[in-house]
Design a protein around this ligand. Sequence first.
Ligand code: GLU
Length: 302
Amino acid sequence: MRKTRIIASLSVAAAALLALTACNSGTPGDTTSGGNGDGGSSTPWTVATGVSVPDSPTFERIQKADKVTIGVKEDQPGLGYLDATTGKRTGFDVDIARWMAASLGYGEDKIDFRPIASANREQAIVNGDIDFYVGTYSITDKRKEQISFAGPYFITGQGLLVAKDNSTITGKDALTKDDVVCSATGSTSIQRIKDETPAQTKEYDTYSKCVQALTQNQVDAVTTDEAILLGYAAQDPDKLKTVGDVFSEERYGIGLAKGDTGLQTFFNNTLTDGHDVWQKIFDNNLGASGVKAEQPAVDAVG
Ligand code: GLU
């Protein structure tokens, strides 16, 4: 009984997200327009001027380059998405990235977005290929050995996406050794399935490839954060559904160079002082999706 209610509420949420995504993609003059340097008039943030970020090697590099290079996802609707036809980037994470860039004094025309897969994030930050990363990036102790995180700016949990007509996989505990579960290489999601279930795993570099495999009946389920899965379910509500309760806590952070406490502090302050901006970004991108709406408190710097 309880399970049925969860499934029903998630499908409603998925439909709502679809409506929202469709609406966003048709909005003229949205945040990706660039040109005027503030990312468009409809953005809830403003581009700061005269910014200084004490003790930040990353900010020095950004100033020298006169642009900010941000790692993102571009195949996760609602979070980090690139519309190949219009060239517009949308999503909660992308807007958080734009907001952070604006807080440093860099508008849309000075942002270089780089798509980077889950498995390659730490290395891209360590190499200095990107200045920071915003893309469903869970704060973990293992990752903190190589990089630092600002935030968290969002909290979600791991879930399961299955074919609409699948009645056997009702949640994590229903997975058996005969099930093939797909997720992204290098994610917390794939690791948890390996550690905590008897299921077989299939890995790709992106979740959209897993979703494609699911719709072609090559795998039985896709697993990752519920916020991501709801976006895919919303794109194909006749064929896909999310099932069961979430089974982890994923705290999304902004990945940045290890030990850059100057930038970490600056972003944490921007997040903490900008709750109204956060709320608008959430409402614009995920408000109708059914995922949890509260802005979390940031972690201590270090
Ligand atoms: N949040 C999880 C992680 O950082 C899964 C989503 C992702 O791969 O980006 O591993």
